[in-house]
Design a protein around this ligand. Structure first.
Ligand code: GLN
Length: 490
């Protein structure tokens, strides 16, 4: 019998429909796989096997009815085991954001994205590891220990959705939800050799996503291919009255039949090929663009002139918003409390003792940027430059349909390699931050390996709400290549 965990999401969905396999069998296979490999990977912070088996049984019952009675086809997510990044609330299940300050917190409600995925029949295996409050690029900032890259256990999986990326890459689940504030879906997807979608700002509800940088946060997903991601996207996307920034626009149906990209114009920004980037990454991305050209796309060089300002702008706006969002963890409303003499000392003891170094660094940076006398000079100025960066994308999308570029300057780095130097860690995000500042969607997918056999990723960006064309181009590429089918040997 074939190992069920090596199937793609769509292959598993087909077997469920035909009755050749049950959701219970898929779920048990994933739980067994987790049992075998989790001690090496540490992808999960919480496992929910009882919930998963119960959901699987419900899914099987509905599938049996559907096979007897026919009727409207069930979504491809039906009965499929998935994982959820531990910054998204699931009622009654511990949700920590990778932080000691939320240890023991069980949310009384479920995030819209998670709820919609469950309504679409998905089976939740557990909550995945993340950098504390999604601040980081390596998952080393988790208060509960790092996740390890399934391709090389001495390397990071990327971050902050490193647990989600590693869980998919090591066949523990068929897809996982992640979040992307500055690259946290795309960069770990790239480091772990899987496909990751960052949705447009406002496309997927943020209700029940514990906030990091509210004007940048997006919910996305990771799976083995664009085709596998599409049913996840359709389950979670769309207007939600519970999120005031959620877009009312309908989510288009996407047809992934075929590989004809005739007429598609792809811009390759010259600012994204910087000095010091890994040569193999540059070569692999250029080669992938050539593959897209063989499918009929036309590529040309473009310019996004304010690209080098994205990093400083992001590292003012994101910490500023984070400092406001994290003010609520005051030892009174959530999580554990470190008792002290008086209320003020209790704040200091709890926040000082339970937030990690990186989170405290960002709270201080953000508080400074928002303080009286500095607000206009830092936060106000950063917002103005952000408008210029958004303008770069708008101008480019007058001439091209897609932008193609690397996801990160390097492949997965070693654990500890950037831990002592936050700035060098921040540099890992240079190619992913601009899309968050502009609010546009992006997809990252594998396009090769470097000489250490570590996956290399390419990113495509589309105009706001242009996810359909991202899926079409990435899926066409994956029809004619097989990088996304490679699996690490564990
Ligand atoms: N690495 C970036 C940061 O630390 C982005 C993180 C994210 O997208 N959540 O802020």
């Amino acid at each position: 019998m074939t190992d069920l965990t090596t199937l793609s999401l769509l292959e598993a969905a087909d077997l469920l429909r035909s009755g050749d396999v049950s959701s219970r069998e898929l779920t048990q296979a994933c739980l067994d796989r987790i049992q075998d490999t989790e001690s090496k990977i540490h992808a999960f912070l919480t496992l929910t096997p009882d919930l998963a088996l119960k959901q699987a049984e419900d899914a099987d019952q509905r599938l049996t009815e559907w096979r007897k009675e026919g009727g409207k086809p069930l979504p491809h997510t039906w009965g499929i085991p998935v994982a959820i990044k531990d910054v998204l609330c699931l009622e009654g299940v511990p949700t920590t954001c990778g932080s000691k300050i939320l240890e023991g917190f069980r949310p009384p409600y479920t995030a819209t994205s998670v709820g919609r995925l469950i309504d679409a029949g998905a089976v939740v295996l557990g909550k995945t590891n993340t950098d504390e409050f999604a601040m980081g690029s390596s998952t080393e900032n988790s208060a509960f220990g790092p996740t390890y890259n399934p391709w090389d256990l001495s390397r990071v999986p990327g971050g902050s959705s490193g647990g989600s990326a590693a869980s998919v890459a090591s066949n523990m689940c068929y897809a996982a939800l992640g979040t992307d504030t500055g690259g946290s879906v795309r960069q770990p997807a790239s480091f772990c050799g899987v496909t990751g979608l960052k949705s447009s700002y406002g496309r997927v509800s943020r209700y029940g996503l514990i906030a990091y940088g509210s004007s940048l946060d997006t919910v996305g997903a990771l799976a083995h291919s664009a085709a596998d991601l599409l049913p996840i996207f359709h389950a979670i996307a769309g207007h939600d009255p519970l999120d005031s920034t959620s877009m009312p626009d309908p989510v288009p149906a996407v047809d992934l039949d075929g590989t004809d990209l005739a007429g598609l114009r792809i811009g390759v920004p010259k600012e994204y090929f910087i000095e010091g980037m890994q040569h193999e990454v540059e070569i692999a991305v250029q080669e992938a663009v050539r593959v897209l050209e063989t499918l009929g796309a036309v590529a040309c060089e473009i310019s996004l002139p304010h690209t080098d300002l994205a990093l400083p702008v992001y590292y003012i706006i994101a910490p500023a918003e984070a400092s406001a969002n994290l003010a609520r963890y005051d030892a009174v409303r959530y999580g554990p409390r470190l008792e002290a003499e008086d209320l003020r000392e209790q704040y200091f003891a709890t926040r000082g003792g339970l937030f990690g170094q990186e989170v405290k660094r960002r709270i201080m940076l953000g508080t400074y940027a928002l303080s009286a006398g500095y607000y206009d000079a830092y936060y106000g100025q950063a917002q103005k430059v952000r408008t210029l960066i958004k303008g770069d994308f708008e101008a480019a999308f007058k001439d091209v349909d897609l932008i193609a570029c690397p996801v990160a300057p390097t492949t997965a780095f070693r654990l500890g390699e950037h831990s002592e130097d936050p700035l060098s860690m921040y540099l890992e995000d240079v190619f992913t931050l601009p899309a968050n500042l502009a609010g546009v969607p992006g997809i990252a997918f594998p396009v090769g390996f470097d000489s250490d056999h570590l996956p290399i990723g390419m990113q495509l960006n589309a105009p706001h709400l242009g996810e359909a064309v991202l899926f079409q181009a990435a899926s066409a590429y994956q029809e004619v290549t097989s990088w996304h089918k490679e699996r690490p040997s564990l």
